[in-house]
Design a protein around this ligand. Sequence first.
Ligand SMILES: NC(=O)c1ccc[n+]([C@@H]2O[C@H](COP(=O)([O-])OP(=O)(O)OC[C@H]3O[C@@H](n4cnc5c(N)ncnc54)[C@H](O)[C@@H]3O)[C@@H](O)[C@H]2O)c1
Length: 432
Amino acid sequence: MRELSERIRRREARCGVIGLGYVGLPLALEFARAGFHVTGIDVDGAKIDAINGGRSYVVDLEDREITEQVDAGRLTATSDFAVIRSLDTINICVPTPLRKTKDPDLTFIVAAVEEIRKYLRPGQLVILESTTYPGTTEEVVLPALEATGLKAGQDFCLAFSPERIDPGNPHFSTRNIPKVVGGMTSRCTQVATALYEQCIERVIPVSSTRVAEMVKLLENTFRSVNIGLVNEVALMCNALRIDVWEVIEAAKTKPFGFMPFYPGPGLGGHCIPIDPFYLSWKAKMNGFEPRFIELAGHINESMPRFVVEKITEALNCQCKSVRGARIHVLGVAYKAGVNDVRESPALNVIKILCDKGALLSYSDPYVPAIREDWLWLDALPLTNGYLGSVDCVVVLTDHREFDYAHIAATAPLVVDTRNALRGQEGAHIVRL
Ligand SMILES: NC(=O)c1ccc[n+]([C@@H]2O[C@H](COP(=O)([O-])OP(=O)(O)OC[C@H]3O[C@@H](n4cnc5c(N)ncnc54)[C@H](O)[C@@H]3O)[C@@H](O)[C@H]2O)c1
């Protein structure tokens, strides 16, 4: 393992990243920029072709950033897992979804680890980055890899390092987000830390893989619970006829002990709505009933229905029903500035409205089409006059590209779930 540390420090180690999505591709690029030869591995042939052709499919990465590394011979992508044998380090960045029952679905991790197992050799470093419950590295990855007869900490290194990337964030990217690392043994932690130190500004070693796994779940549970709290406050303020947005703006002037979170149509993305349930599942398996996670989940999941209630009331005030109403949705991505619709609450709002007989259309500069099995819809460009022709405009994602003054001026009715029209007043503007 000493030899691997040396190869890492000299940046001669050959790095591999399995799973080239929102997490894996930026990580692969950081390794390549640091001078490593990087091989990305993915089961999705379209992504392989895109990378090798110098095309980005991740919102924060420009084609040029990929082309630079591909042309320099530092980045290549393949679907052939046999390349693992030639790699020194392997980072696993595959999805970790939930089953319908809200149990963890480790299928992707298990499949990736099975491929690594086939080609594992002494002197390699394997790091799991996918968000998962505490114990996964030790209970699922370790036994699979040690079934080869090789021993972690002795023949190969194994670690967990949670990914904290925030797609669409202009200030923080893989390079300047501090990286937490916990190894199966202290040797594993040292080698994994050495790898990240080559390309990430700050690395924080912790005592075990379990701690590193739990760090990520604390962070995401913190967000889910605080968003659940502020969503409940929004429901309360609605009942009390108080403007929740004004309350938050004033509360956040407190210079200590308060951090603003904002209400909205619900939680979306691949992390916050999902990860806390990984923790909840594991806690229950150990006889502990986690109350905050479940409660926040209930409140956050109830928000799309509340938004539909607001739309129904607003239309009712104009003597219109949801059935037959032309409703135009602004923004379907799960948050502003990204093209990701996974778990997006906008889809839930749209589904409920469709079921009630509304006639839906939408615009989103980042999402040209919705392709769900229950809905195929293409985004409409916001041409002059269109918003004036519908019954209701609903702001579900506050992309910067929308002209909110124009929307306020032309739409007959706006239901704004993000306070995107702050500063605009009128009886036709209804806020969450
Ligand atoms: N997206 C985020 O903002 C974010 C942030 C922090 C952590 N995470 C976590 O990182 C992990 C990856 O998330 P993501 O958003 O990058 O997912 P993603 O869906 O964008 O990318 C995952 C990639 O893995 C590939 N893949 C699936 N199974 C594979 C296999 N067996 N072998 C090789 N490739 C395989 C998929 O084709 C896909 O390209 C998840 O655990 C997620 O919770 C995501």
